[in-house]
Design a protein around this ligand. Structure first.
Ligand code: AKG
Ligand code: FE2
Length: 362
């Protein structure tokens, strides 16, 4: 099966990030100790492995589907390019993002299928897609979306309770039936591109724009910036384990208690470097209309606000605008100058979130 290509193993001598392994089966069974470990992981690093998530079959089918769709001719894929306005749905060609202050073009292709389209199919909720996407909506994409929504909702509910929020508060801001920027994303970077990209950066350092990401990697390349030391460490892909991470939404809702950690993608290490890299993510994002501000009904969140009165967590922005702004700011066509690049939101908000949550995690 193409989705199950045997890749060279991740090198032994490369330092890796110490992600906790959370057992989804135990979480589902209501194990309090495991829920505490999840909360700890979400606060300390904002990244963890998830085992026993039960989505292997859906994930494997998505890898096959993604590779097939990415192999379409470029002009066919370009008919569905997401454009420069901040839309998160559709195809992003290699070269459409800037990855540094020099305006270097990226080398990574992305296909984003909206949750709203996968659930509404055959009706069109947000946009249209290539025929190969349509052909897999029912068999492959919707089952993956539904599984990812189930897993992420379960985890969000645990975080909700650990934050002392009234039952279902966070879930109420991430209702599957409400329009959101949730997407199933497939990413491809050719091995030739690793050499072509300046500084070998495939995806620039960023925090995720939504609330919770459910990521599946087969090759290395993902790196997280470690709290306190600022060291970039690889996240080693483990077979059958998802990599989960907190995004900006949950950080803001929790006034920095949950950590939206900076990460990036570089060329895979060691012998893996000669292989094309693919990854699959489901991004759970707050509903379009949700305003990104702390939920102070919780005493724990209220305490976090009181501890850092100088920090204003109320973005005054809807999730829809937040995601659109962050996406549009990465587009090459919107790149203006090194000064504008350095001054824009990517630096301010991510560094603020990063610094603040590093303190609260201690
Ligand atoms: O490809 C990966 O491993 C991570 C991708 C990522 O961080 C993203 O798409 O936000
Ligand atoms: Fe990311």
């Amino acid at each position: 099966m193409p989705g199950l290509t045997a890749y060279p193993t991740f090198p032994e001598d490369v330092p890796t990030a110490p992600l906790l392994i959370i057992d989804y089966a135990l979480i589902k069974a209501g194990d309090e100790h495991e829920k505490d470990r999840l909360f700890q992981a979400a606060k300390d690093l904002g990244f963890w492995y998830l085992k026993n998530h039960g989505a292997d079959e859906e994930v494997n089918s998505m890898f096959e589907f993604g590779m097939e769709t990415m192999s379409l001719p470029l002009d066919e894929k370009m008919k569905f390019e997401q454009g420069d306005s901040g839309l998160s749905f559709g195809y992003k060609a290699a070269g459409m993002s800037a990855i540094d202050e020099k305006g270097t073009r990226d080398a990574t292709e992305i296909l984003n299928v909206a949750k709203d389209d996968a659930l509404a199919w055959p009706a069109v909720a947000r946009r249209t897609y290539p025929e190969s996407v349509n052909a897999c909506m029912t068999s492959t994409i919707r089952p993956f979306v539904c599984k990812a929504v189930e897993v992420n909702t379960t985890l969000i509910n645990v975080l909700n309770d650990k934050l002392g929020l009234p039952e279902g508060t966070l879930a109420g801001l991430h209702r599957p039936e409400a329009f959101s920027a949730d997407v199933a994303r497939f990413i491809r970077t050719s091995s030739e591109a690793y050499a072509a990209v300046d500084a070998k950066l495939l995806i620039l350092g960023h925090t995720d724009y939504g609330s919770l990401s459910f990521l599946h990697n087969r090759l290395g390349g993902l790196q997280v910036r470690m709290p306190v030391t600022d060291e970039w460490l690889y996240v080693k892909p483990l077979p059958g384990h998802a990599i989960c991470n907190i995004g900006d939404g949950l950080t803001v809702f929790s006034a920095g208690i949950l950590r939206s950690n900076i990460h990036r993608v570089v060329a895979p290490p060691g012998e893996q470097r000669t292989y094309e890299r693919h990854s699959l993510v489901y991004f759970t994002r707050p509903e379009d209309a949700a305003v990104l501000r702390p939920i102070a009904e919780s005493r724990i969140v209220a305490d976090a606000i009181a501890k850092n009165p100088e920090k204003n967590w109320d973005t005054g922005t809807t999730a829809k605008d937040w995601v659109a702004r962050r996406i549009s700011s990465t587009r090459f066509n919107n790149f203006k100058s090194a000064e504008a690049w350095n001054a824009q939101a990517r630096g301010t908000e991510t560094d603020a979130l990063f610094a603040r949550s590093a303190v609260s995690a201690k």
